[in-house]
Design a protein around this ligand. Sequence first.
Ligand code: PFF
Length: 457
Amino acid sequence: MADQQTAVLGVWAGRSTFILAAAGSAVGLGNLWKFSFVTGEYGGGAFVLVYLVCIALIGIPIMMAETALGRQGRQSPMASMRKLARGSDVSRHWSLLGWMGVLTGFLILSFYSVIAGWALAFTWDLGVGNLRGFTGEQVGTHFDALVADPVKLTGWHTLFMVLIALVVARGVHKGLESSVRVIMPLLLVLLIVLLGYSMIATDQFGRALSFLFSLNFSTLTWEAVLAAMGQSFFALSLGMGAIMVYGAYMPNDASIGSAVMTVAILNSVIALVVGMVIFPIALANGVEPSAGPRLLFVSLPAAFGQMPGGQIFGTLFFMLVSLAALSSSISLIEPLVAWTVERFLMSRVVAATIVSALIWLMGMGTVFSFNVWSGEEYQCFGMTVFELLDFVTAKIMLPLGGLLTAIFASWIMKRSVIYKALNLSLARFNLWRALCRVIIPVCVCVMFAVSLYKALT
Ligand code: PFF
């Protein structure tokens, strides 16, 4: 039977391991760092609502499609796509989707590693007590000094890339499974502790809640809607084959629908809780919600500086942020490393070293975006290298990859094959198919068209 393929690459121990691995990929800097600062930049509640609608109507169906394609293909995204295209009698060029994913992963990881480097730097600074008793303003000055220093940034970026290379070179399975099992629960517990702190110790919880949840559509521009859609792809790791790879290891009898729902809900809850932690603390410390990429890094250390046991909690928190970033990074780099091993018949160690070195080099563009290349003369379309990479990946490449995945699964594949692969009740399958066939293409294409129109006028 077509859906009873044996995985070429191995099978997860069970459904819970797929959930853990997919959550490990999804939960990362996207929830812990990016979600709150883009919410802050785009004005709060209305943006959050659009984001959640995008997760429900676009993100979840695409994640189901990606998982099903992976489980059906049971190989790397390129090979799986080629095999499935052959099975559906369509052009093998659909495997280009796998290629685009690899390129997207390469570009995302180049800046992701630099930001994860900030988390490492703050783990260190909090651990050795460099920020003890700092106010929001003092932490801000400390942060500015860090990003203005290309040598320090390069050091932390290098350390993070070395960590990724080490994990990937050793093979991801064991390390990934066991680390995610520890990271996720610890992260949740710490977030709940921090939530208690923001509720009790700041007098801004109510204000922050109304910022996060009250709907003020006057701040909702097309740009904000595009950003919300891009963020939903980024946060769920969609559109670049990462979830397809993990789907390839999923046992045949596990239910894709409930596994995907669990990951999506966990992911969104974490993002919202982080917002509920960060905004009260930021407001209480005079940090504006629109502070941009520095929001997490400036507001939280200020809170840790004031609370009892803050040094330990703070160090632990930023260590968990770094680890969550590491488990996401592994899913960004793994397809490229796997392909390099396959294509050039080299050992995993050599492949991981070469790929990491190339990504490291690319990452220097982001390192310099915050200092030596921050001036206008180094910008392209008014964006620094970092902003450009973020824009191109989250707002163009991931939505495009997701759109093509949805089209392939719902229009190109034989209905009977995808029906069996998804293993949903008929009513749910029909809903999934309508979303993938009509709603997702319309939403993504409208967003692209509007952005293009805005860019040209
Ligand atoms: N979802 C990750 C995060 O929110 O940090 C980022 C990411 C990982 C995006 C893997 C895409 C991907 F394939």
